[in-house]
Design a protein around this ligand. Sequence first.
Ligand code: NAD
Length: 289
Amino acid sequence: MLGAVVIGIGTAGCVRIRDMLVPLRGSPAEKLAVKGFISRRSLEPQQGVSRISLEEALGRDDVHVAFICTENMSHEDNVRMFLQAQKHVCVEYPMTMSYKAAVELWDLAEEKGVILHEEHIELLTEEYKQLKREVEGKTLQEGTLHFTGGALKPGFGFPSFSGIARLTWLVELFGELSVSAATLEEDPANSYSKMTAKLLTSDNRSLTWIEERQPGLPRAKNINFQFDSGPLTQIPPAPRGTVGLFMQDLIHFSAKLAGQVSPEELQRERVRVLHCLELAGKIQELCQG
Ligand code: NAD
């Protein structure tokens, strides 16, 4: 068994505890045993799991794995501490708020001989899988992905990083991208923000990614993809899967811990994660420059 701790008891952290307490039967997630959680708040036990100190988690021999579920801005420091203590790390996206820091963390994981995994539940949704099937084999002319949502709490960072799930969709659907322009409109009085990034595919097709947030805006993803064969303007409906998204991610992470994921697949994920973080950094630079 591998002992695990959860850092950050928000929505994601609570789900991590729940999933480790009742893992999918017959899956490699059964090999994880939650030993405690770490919180800046002095919380009572959560789902029967007790709070422990950061020092204890870092020092204990029966803690092999850390789940970093804090707000985005503190991911990097937490990941680094646990990697340095030679623990495997699963971090909720985005891993860091810069490409350079993510490269350093991945190098550190390699040096320590541990797994570093970034959760990407957006690639595990049935709607994404259906969309991927629809897009396969089609030639893009141009497209737009427009996300709307409510305001984010503090600590979630620049929109190109907090919205990395949308960028990851575009990269997985259309391959490596480059950034040609990016702007950010803000109206602080109304907690409004709209980031517009102009992206290019490797064969110079234009993709526009918009992240628009304001309290009360419905959470939605609108697409308009023009293909040689015709337009796709709606994400195809798909029935909900039977296994929860975080559980699917937990199984994927624990398969990595069990050595069941090929080096090629690990490398493919690393390349994708770093590519998306690099694009997010360039978008931020252009918006702020
Ligand atoms: P959250 O706001 O619920 O929690 C974020 C952090 O705030 C946690 O560290 C939590 O311990 C802390 N926190 C929560 N309430 C607090 C309070 N009252 N006082 C002090 N601290 C408090 O955010 P979340 O949705 O759990 O997101 C955490 C990470 O997971 C983020 O990196 C996010 O990008 C990622 N993530 C979340 C989801 C999701 O569905 N929630 C999906 C994918 C990725």
